[in-house]
Each structure stands twice: as structure tokens, then as C-alpha cells.
Ligand binder design. Sequence first.
Ligand code: TYD
Length: 220
Amino acid sequence: MPGIFISFEGGEGAGKSTQIQRLSDHLASNGIDVIATREPGGSQGAELVREVLLSGAARDYGVTAEAVLFAAARADHIDTLIKPALDEGKWVLCDRFADSSRVYQSESGVPAQTVETLQQVAIAGHNPDMTLLINVTPEVGLARVSKRSAPIEFDGPDRFETDTLETHRRRQQLFLQMAKKEPERIVVIDGDQSQDKVTEDIWQAVQHRFAAELKTQGAK
Ligand code: TYD
């Protein structure tokens, strides 16, 4: 039986990494074989591209080149990590995926159709079974980011964290519009709540959507 692919999306400071860790632990304790990964990155080739993108080194080549690089990283991530794991029946939790490109790269000025074409090439049919959109008010998310004590990867905020509040607000709206268009796949979780409440809502959504799989694949 193929595995289940769940992506996590949301603006800066939505708390995705904590929630992914918690869901991963919860699934594992239910007997599910699960891996957690992230984008951009997650595989050897994609991690190299991550550095180029988030350091801002690719910025000079323009937003289209950036969009192509995100897609290239995604293609490597799918080929070398996501697809093999799903084929082995594992559940894959991914911190950001194609919807981040649809939102961030479109908002940067790349035509939506171009972004979509790149996704179709990179994804080659491997769409997430479920996407958890952790919807956070930009002011709340940015305040959390500024308090982060985690080691900073690039000597300061990354390429996309320094954008204006207006930009963060537009991205939030784009994510919500997408969720409206694809309610079957995208579940909106209120990310302004406490971390524990967010964890609870995510577990409810996953249980609701994958009740049958949890029953048959769990408790192995
Ligand atoms: P990261 O440090 O992974 O942080 P977080 O997911 O916690 O925000 O940064 C990834 C950044 O890259 C983030 O600002 C969103 C951006 N991004 C895109 O612009 N397009 C994409 O396709 C992806 C995956 C990420």
C-alpha cells in the first residue's frame, strides 16, 4: 500500500516545524512508519539549491530564475526522497511544498501560469494527499520569528523573511484563496491559537481524513 503525503504550508512564524515534529511523533506512536522533511531542501541536491536561494545569492538573477530553482530542488527532493518513501508505504510530512511556490513566487511577480507549469514539471503527479495550511496573522507570525532562539542559518533573516508586512499579508490571502478553491485537499488550521490547540486541531483533521489508513497501517 502506498504511503500518505502530507504537506504543511503557512506564512513565516506559523509554527510548522514544531507541529510537524509533534504529528510525526504521534503517528509513530500509533505504529505508522513516518518521515519528516522540508523544502527547499530535504535531499542532497535540493539542500545545495536551498543555500543559493535562501542566502539571497539567486536574487540577482531575477524572480523567474528563483522559481526555476525552487522547482529544480523540488524535482530532486521528489525523485530521491519523497517518491521512494511513499513507494515503501511510509507517510511523508513535508514542511512547505508546491503551494509555497504558488504563493511566494507568484507574489514576487512570476506569472501564475508559469509557476503552475513549473510545478507540473517538478511534481510529475506527486500531489500531496492532504495539505495543512497553518493560517497565522502576519503580525503574530513575524513577532514569533523575531523571538526565535534557533541558530540562524544565513547570518540574519533569510531572503523571504525580510519582506514587508504588506507582502506577508498578500501571501496570507493567496494561501487562503487556494484553500477555498481546493477544500478537499487543503485544511485551514488557526495558527494564532496556542501550540497545543493547533496540535489538537491537526490531529483531528488527520484522523478524520485518514481514519481507514490509520486503522489498517497503524499498530503494526
Ligand atoms: P525556511 O527557513 O525553510 O523557513 P520557514 O518554512 O520556517 O518559513 O525558509 C523557506 C523560505 O523559502 C520561506 O520564506 C518560503 C520560501 N519558499 C519559497 O519562496 N518558495 C518555495 O517553493 C518554498 C518551498 C519556500
